[in-house]
Design a protein around this ligand. Structure first.
Ligand code: B1M
Length: 209
C-alpha cells in the first residue's frame, strides 16, 4: 500500500496519530497538500459515511474518524496559508443551525484563508441571527453557509432569507455541502454554490472580484 492508501485507511479507522505521521510522510514524499486531501482524506470520510449508511459502524466511529481527519488537516493547514500577507477580503463562514458537521466547512475556510480572505469562523449549529450579527460586525464581502444534512437545509433557506431581509449592504452568499446543489442555490437566492473546497475558492473570487 502506498502512503496515501495507508493514510486513508488510518483516517477511516480513526487512528489520529497514524493519520498525522502519514500526512507528514506524504508531504515528505512531495505530494501536494490538496492531493493529500482529495486522494486520501476525503475518500476516507466517504467510506466512513458508506459504512455508517449500511449500519456497519455507528456515530462513535464516525466521530473518531472525524477526529483523525482533523489531526491530519491540522498538519496540512499551514501549507495553504501564506504567512504575513494582509488579506484583501473578509468572509464569515459557519455550519447552519442544527448541523454539527464541520470538516467540509473547515476545508473551505482553510482554502479561503490561503486565497486572500480573512476568515470569521462562527463554527457549527449557527442560528440565522448569529450570521446576521456577524455580518453587521465584520462587514464581510462574502458569507459561506455549509450544511451536510437534508434536515438542516431549511435552516440554510432561513439564513439566506434573514441575511437578505436584514442586511442593507451588498454581501455575497455562497452555500455548499453534500445535499446542496446549484438548483437549490438558485431557488433560495444564494449568489453561489460550490461542490468542493477547490471550486469554492474560484467561485469566491468570481463573486467578490
Ligand atoms: Co454525519 N451524516 N451525522 N456525522 N456524517 C453524514 C453527512 C451522512 C451522509 C452519513 C450517511 O448516512 N451516509 C448522513 C446525512 C444523511 C442526510 O441527511 N442525507 C449523516 C447523519 C445521518 C448524521 C446524524 C443524524 C447521525 C445520527 O446521529 N444518527 C448526526 C447529525 C448530527 C448533526 O449535525 N446534528 C451525524 C453526526 C456526525 C458526527 C458528529 C459523528 C460526524 C461529524 C464530525 C464533524 O464534522 N466534526 C459525522 C460524519 C463524520 C459524517 C460523514 C461520515 C463525513 C462528513 C465529512 O466530514 N465528509 C458523512 C458521510 C459523507 O459525507 N459521505 C455524514 C468529508 C468532507 C470533506 O466532505 O463535508 O461533504 P463534506 O464537504 C465538502 C463539500 O460538501 C463541500 O466542500 C467540502 C470539501 O470538498 N462543502 C462546501 C461543504 N461545505 C461547503 C460550503 C461551501 C462550499 C462547499 O461554501 C460556503
Amino acid at each position: 500500500m502506498n502512503t496515501l492508501e495507508q493514510l486513508s485507511q488510518a483516517v477511516a479507522s480513526g487512528k489520529g496519530n497514524d493519520a498525522k505521521t502519514l500526512s507528514q510522510r506524504a508531504l515528505d514524499e512531495e505530494i501536494c497538500p490538496s492531493d493529500i486531501i482529495d486522494r486520501a482524506l476525503t475518500p476516507a470520510m466517504a467510506s466512513v459515511g458508506e459504512r455508517f449508511r449500511k449500519n456497519l459502524i455507528f456515530v462513535p466511529e464516525m466521530l473518531i474518524a472525524a477526529r483523525a481527519m482533523k489531526e491530519a488537516m491540522s498538519l496540512l493547514e499551514p501549507h495553504f496559508v501564506s504567512a504575513g500577507i494582509v488579506p484583501k477580503y473578509t468572509a464569515v463562514i459557519g455550519s447552519v443551525q442544527g448541523d454539527l458537521h464541520d470538516i467540509g466547512k473547515n476545508l473551505v475556510a482553510i482554502m479561503w484563508k490561503g486565497a486572500d480572505f480573512r476568515i470569521i469562523d462562527l463554527g457549527v449549529n449557527v442560528p440565522p441571527a448569529k450570521f446576521a450579527a456577524a455580518v453587521r460586525e465584520h462587514r464581510p464581502q462574502l458569507v459561506g453557509l455549509s450544511a451536510l444534512l437534508t434536515t438542516t437545509l431549511p435552516a440554510m433557506v432561513e439564513t439566506v432569507r434573514i441575511l437578505r431581509a436584514e442586511i442593507d449592504r451588498p454581501v455575497r452568499i455562497m452555500i455548499g455541502g453534500a445535499p446542496v446543489t446549484q438548483q437549490f442555490a438558485d431557488e433560495i437566492g444564494a449568489d453561489g454554490y460550490a461542490p468542493n473546497a477547490g471550486v469554492a475558492v474560484e467561485r469566491a473570487h468570481a463573486l467578490v472580484g
